[in-house]
Design a protein around this ligand. Sequence first.
Ligand SMILES: Nc1ncnc2c1ncn2[C@@H]1O[C@H](COP(=O)(O)OP(=O)(O)OP(=O)(O)O)[C@@H](O)[C@H]1O
Length: 366
Amino acid sequence: MNMTPHQIRLRLPRPGFTLDVDLALPARGITVLFGTSGSGKTTVLRCVAGLEQAAQAHIHINGQVWQDDAEGITLPAWRRPVGYVFQEASLFDHLDVRANLAYAQKRARRGAGQGESLLALENAIALLGLEPLLHRRTQALSGGERQRVAIARALATQPELLLLDEPLASLDPARRQDILPWLERLRDELHIPMLYVTHAMEEVTRLADTLVVLEQGQVRASGPTARVLAQVDGPVRVGEDAAALLDGHVLAIDTTWHLALIAFDGGSVWISDPGLPQGHRVRLRVLARDVSIATQPPGYTSIQNVLPCVVVTIAPDTHPSQAVVQLSCGATPLLARVTQRAVDTLGLSVGQSVWAQVKALALVGS
Ligand SMILES: Nc1ncnc2c1ncn2[C@@H]1O[C@H](COP(=O)(O)OP(=O)(O)OP(=O)(O)O)[C@@H](O)[C@H]1O
């Protein structure tokens, strides 16, 4: 993948809080900024958009300098080609969906030809599936539909970077489930990077290609999501939620038993057939509590997935009876939560070859 340089370095001191981050965004895909309330996530987005002035900033996006204090360059907010999606979509209520989008398209950045900007509008409508809604009044939209319009509106301005600040936070759980597939589609199909703020673990595991964990204005961890989540001493290993990610694709479907075989870098697992076609990309969240360990290949077991792995680390868990074992299955990290007694009786040690057992029914593909 072409890793074009999108560099964001920001320093902003405030009383009792200093933002100090250095991020290199991949050319495309979703980089999630994750962290507790007050860790500085929104401030990063506001500084990048030019809505707030960092004391020192170096923001280079797609080969352009948006801000470089060492060079005395600061583009005003209105000249930065950025799309911004907020928690609440503030649409014009007196206009229908198409008119809301057309208004944004007219504001498309200078230099873009009329044809190019109309194409951006039509692409945004298609990407967010808005054709059936184009003539609806915005008051007649559900919360999830409003957010899809807000995202399309941001894309109609032909941004080079899309900023999304907790776009699902104001939606109820059912509406959130409706919109997640659209965000997955953006992640897979958009050719610009997205910086996405959330403190919801489900959005991290479903959407993030790259994960940046902020704590009190500082970057505590960053990197490919699967790697950051699998750090047993990392900031995201939270209680019952400790989990690893398997990024794979549908390799085969067993129609007799309604199972699908998902291949990932290091092996394959059976899951209940999610109804996706062969070759479709699938991301699986594997909770540490659903993984057990055997030191011999197990026979006569109901467990459908037995993966040869190597023990990478063994760390204490939140309760003294438990341990979290980081395993590597080929190139893919896995986590297993087991009892300290099991670690002792099995004589588990770093570097040992073991078999991870994962129940097929514990895995849900998306
Ligand atoms: N305009 C402002 N002036 C001064 N301090 C601010 C301002 N906006 C935010 N802060 C403070 O800066 C810190 C970071 O705030 P920020 O809103 O970026 O955090 P966040 O991670 O986005 O939080 P949340 O998840 O609650 O939205 C907090 O301590 C906050 O109180």
